[in-house]
Ligand binder design. Structure first.
Ligand SMILES: CC(C)(COP(=O)(O)OP(=O)(O)OC[C@H]1O[C@@H](n2cnc3c(N)ncnc32)[C@H](O)[C@@H]1OP(=O)(O)O)[C@@H](O)C(=O)NCCC(=O)NCCS
Length: 223
């Protein structure tokens, strides 16, 4: 189903009501699920300012049909190891039909976010969750531009998608990653995910976060 930009943006913006993330001390323990809702976002806005550990500012917004070329360029900047970590096989470039499909998001089935340069020209991070209305579980996947690795961008994107999944009534957010993907294992561990080696493929680790329990924690802290 082709989804219009405004529908997509409306759907995604409803769940993104988080204040701009200010640089925080690298080791501050912060529960991503208790961030107060504040920022009201208009469709016209090029994106919401987010700040990385080094103080760099990027703009966060829902992916849009017009991002096809930028997404293909971003994919080309990824290292072969990163590509394999993201799509589990070698791929020298992102085929245009796949890029188009990734930029056309049905808000009832997924939320996909991009973090761009302040001028909006280049995508520096892409993250998405796909909702399963039967299992009420949302599958997570993301990739960060190699020049922007280790600056907290992955964490910011996953924090937003955790709230997006909960706002869509999901009860769990999960994904698979290679057992040797220490960055993704560390990132998900920092956000409270549980890890489980996959029985049918020992080279993979399933990471998952029970949103109900997280919600319970949110209730505790907000009372
Ligand atoms: C995995 C990936 C998304 C991490 O993104 P990132 O922006 O570098 O991660 P962050 O800087 O937000 O790191 C978050 C935390 O994870 C930890 N971490 C990140 N990379 C790490 C590494 N290589 N080794 C150890 N810890 C690491 C840090 O402790 C960091 O904690 P902080 O919040 O206190 O800074 C990124 O490396 C990537 O795009 N990899 C290729 C694609 C991929 O693997 N996708 C995931 C599978 S779907």
């Amino acid at each position: 189903m082709v989804c219009s930009n405004s529908v997509l943006q409306d759907a995604a913006m409803n769940v993104l009501e988080l204040p701009p993330i200010r640089p925080s001390s690298r080791h501050a323990s912060r529960n991503p699920l208790t961030a107060p809702a504040a920022h009201q976002w208009t469709a016209a806005e090029p994106g919401k300012p987010i700040f990385l550990h080094d103080g760099a500012m990027l703009l966060l917004r829902p992916i849009a049909p017009g991002d096809v070329e930028a997404l293909m360029r971003a994919f080309k900047r990824m290292t072969p190891e990163q590509v394999r970590a993201r799509v589990f096989h070698a791929l020298s470039e992102l085929p245009a039909p796949v890029a188009r499909a990734m930029c056309q998001v049905d808000p009832g089935q997924a939320v996909a976010l991009v973090a761009t340069d302040p001028d909006g020209a280049e995508i520096r991070g892409e993250a998405r969750v796909h909702f399963d209305a039967v299992t009420l579980a949302a599958e997570l996947a993301l990739a960060i531009d190699p020049q922007f690795i280790g600056k907290g961008l992955g964490r910011i994107l996953v924090e937003h998608l955790i709230r997006a999944a909960r706002a869509h009534g999901m009860r769990e957010i999960w994904g698979d990653t290679q057992a040797g993907n220490f960055a993704m294992l560390a990132l998900t561990r920092r956000l409270g995910f549980t890890h489980d080696r996959k029985r049918d493929d020992a080279s993979l680790v399933r990471f998952f976060l029970n949103l109900d329990s997280a919600a319970a924690h949110e209730l505790d802290t907000s009372s």
